[in-house]
Design a protein around this ligand. Structure first.
Ligand code: A2P
Length: 284
């Protein structure tokens, strides 16, 4: 479906609990390599994207940084997230980890720094969080948060430090709804951000009959229906695409609305609480 590139102001920003705000939709970048991500970031910028999500583990921070520069968009208009994986947990390893990320990205600070996985068996995420708090105080990360954390992990972080993460980025889609985690996050002022919001292009989320029906009803694509579901649920969403037409389609999810019947119909896609990756057992 062809849609003109909307101006940047069409992406609303949601407030973060530590100050500032995050554009509700950004560009996901896994598994793009440096060359592909550089092109993708430039194309996305031209369409109005101002939010890019990467991670050390994606191995593409150099390309993201080149794309940011080549976009010609001023640094302070961008919202850039990176994540540090298990290699950087414990013993202040996150300090050198973020320094190396910043060097690859060509930036002085990131807008959001996330602990990529809790890795509860290692039991180092609380001390890592303490390091993150210091990195925020030093201005190297404007906001700090977590990814793939469950209520039990967050309880420990918050009880030990009193510092509530700004964001929890989790696998989330109409098929993997994480209702309990979303309620937990909302009660504590943590923004929930959806990774693989379109189901990762795997499985059959986008080909579900209910999405075809709603796409027809609204004159939109199934992907736009799914992204609109995230938006109306107050989630931050980072669909990955290397295809400029799809990037534009994904941004245009702000240009229409689902009604309560539509949202109820989408509930039929929910695969139940056991769906998706289990972060007690996964991650790096
Ligand atoms: P592509 O990069 O070729 O556009 P997720 O963000 O949930 O992980 O999903 C990413 C997958 O969904 C990628 O395979 C991406 O492919 C595909 N995708 C992204 N946007 C759209 C869209 N608007 N319509 C269909 N597929 C899409």
């Amino acid at each position: 479906m062809t849609t003109p590139g909307p101006v940047p102001s069409t992406v609303p920003a949601l407030p973060l609990n530590s100050g500032g705000s995050i554009p509700q939709l950004g560009l996901g970048t896994w598994p793009l390599d440096d060359a592909a991500v550089e092109k993708a970031v430039v194309a996305a910028a031209g369409l109005g994207y101002r939010h890019v999500d990467t991670a050390v583990k994606y191995g593409n921070e150099v390309g993201v940084g080149r794309g940011l520069t080549a976009s010609g968009v001023a640094r302070d208009e961008w919202f850039v997230t990176t994540k540090l994986d298990g290699e950087y947990q414990g013993q202040d390893r996150a300090v050198a980890g973020l320094e190396a990320s910043l060097e690859r990205l060509g930036l002085d600070y990131v807008d959001l720094l996330l602990i990529h996985w809790p890795l509860p068996a290692r039991d180092e995420f609380v001390s890592t969080w303490e390091t993150f708090v210091r990195l925020r105080e030093a201005g190297k990360a404007r906001a700090i948060g977590v990814s793939n954390f469950k209520p039990a992990h967050l309880d420990r972080l918050i009880d030990a430090t009193g510092i509530v993460p700004a964001v929890n980025q989790i696998q989330l889609s109409p098929a993997i709804t994480r209702r309990e985690q979303r309620a937990y996050d909302a009660e504590r002022g943590i923004l929930t951000e959806s990774w693989s919001p379109l189901g990762g292009g795997q499985g059959d989320l986008l080909s579900a009959p209910v999405l075809a029906q709603l796409a027809q009803k609204h004159g939109r694509t199934p992907a736009q229906i799914v992204l609109r579901w995230h938006i109306q649920n107050g989630l931050v969403v980072i669909p990955k695409s290397a295809n400029p037409q799809r990037m534009a389609d994904n941004l245009a999810a702000f240009a229409f609305e689902l009604d309560t019947d539509d949202l109820r119909a989408l509930d039929s896609l929910d695969e139940g609480p056991g769906a998706g990756v289990d972060s007690d057992r996964s991650g790096h």
